[in-house]
Design a binder for this molecule. Structure first.
Ligand SMILES: Cc1cc2nc3c(=O)[nH]c(=O)nc-3n(C[C@H](O)[C@H](O)[C@H](O)COP(=O)(O)OP(=O)(O)OC[C@H]3O[C@@H](n4cnc5c(N)ncnc54)[C@H](O)[C@@H]3O)c2cc1C
Length: 265
């Protein structure tokens, strides 16, 4: 079974600053991590490889630092990784991102499954996975919470829906996006970390892919962030110390007085 896992490097914090002029994220000086939901995609891919044999390749489109996320994926158990990085890819919207990722998958040849996270914690659109499937003309199953089995090239998967789940059969090659209920991501092993450190990660630029240069990066993106609005938090938080009997009693009294003062009882 040949599996590709697209992973995104995202800022570690929720408090992301935006460039008001360009509508793009300011990533400088912010610690980055693998998009947490992508860890579940990696875990599913590695589990399937262990069960059905095969290989797993992690890919990421991003700046050169995204190689760090790819090494983490290798340390967890992915067999190889490819970084898609080029100035020409910068500022891509979800459409242009999916376009580049699908071109990389095409270059890899036959693939049975592409497994994405349900959404990235920064962009949060959940569009990239289905976008890749659309470009490759593959079936896509989103919100997968269990991979039941794989027989005769057909996977049976459970998909989370409001108030329950659906069981779907899907013919490979297919794209799945997974939710965190699917698995418990494993931690990288020491051996995995050593392998990841030593591994050479190929860098694919725009010229290495069969892409139309008019469809990549900021200029090739059909959507633009035209306005950013940070909602004002109306609530005023207040911290009360309650780490021993005395401060806890004072804290409780303060809360009771506050409730009375606001006329809440
Ligand atoms: C309307 C709009 C306009 C935008 N315009 C810009 C812009 O002008 N400039 C700009 O910098 N950004 C822009 N963005 C943000 C940019 O599109 C996203 O950060 C990026 O394309 C991924 O989308 P997402 O974060 O919503 O990922 P999601 O679709 O939520 O991610 C789902 C899954 O797709 C995979 N995935 C997503 N991104 C990658 C990646 N880069 N590499 C590998 N796998 C990936 C992962 O498996 C992830 O779990 C825009 C977003 C929107 C919605």
């Amino acid at each position: 079974m040949r599996i590709v896992v697209p992973i995104k490097q995202v800022p570690e914090t929720d408090n992301v600053k935006m460039d008001e002029q360009t509508g793009t994220m300011i990533r400088e000086g912010v610690e980055s991590i693998i998009n947490p939901l992508d860890l579940y995609a990696i875990e599913l891919a590695i589990t399937l490889k262990e069960q059905y044999s095969g290989e797993v390749t992690a890919i990421s489109m991003g700046p050169s630092q995204a190689a760090k996320a790819l090494r983490e994926a290798v340390a967890m158990g992915c067999d190889s990784a490819v970084l898609l990085s080029d100035k020409a890819f910068a500022g891509a919207d979800t459409w242009a991102t999916a376009y580049v990722l699908q071109a990389a998958v095409r270059r890899m040849g036959d693939v049975d499954f592409i497994i994405c996270g349900e959404r990235a914690t920064d962009g949060e659109t959940g569009q990239v996975g289905p976008g890749i499937a659309a470009f490759l003309d593959l079936p896509a199953v989103t919100y997968v919470c269990r991979f039941e089995d794989f027989q005769d090239g057909r996977a049976k998967v459970r998909r989370m829906v409001e108030g329950g789940w659906q069981v779907l059969a899907v013919q490979a090659p297919a794209l799945l996006t997974v939710v965190k209920e699917i698995s418990q991501p494993r931690l990288p092993t020491l051996r995995g970390k050593q392998r990841a450190k030593a591994m050479e990660i190929p860098l694919w630029k725009a010229e290495d892919l069969d892409v139309d240069h008019g469809k990549i990066g900021l200029s090739g993106s059909p959507t633009r962030v035209v306005k950013i609005n940070r909602p004002k938090v109306a609530r005023q938080g207040r911290k009360l110390k309650a780490d021993d009997d005395k401060t806890t009693a004072t804290a409780v009294r303060t809360v009771v007085e506050l409730i009375k003062e606001k006329g809440l009882f």
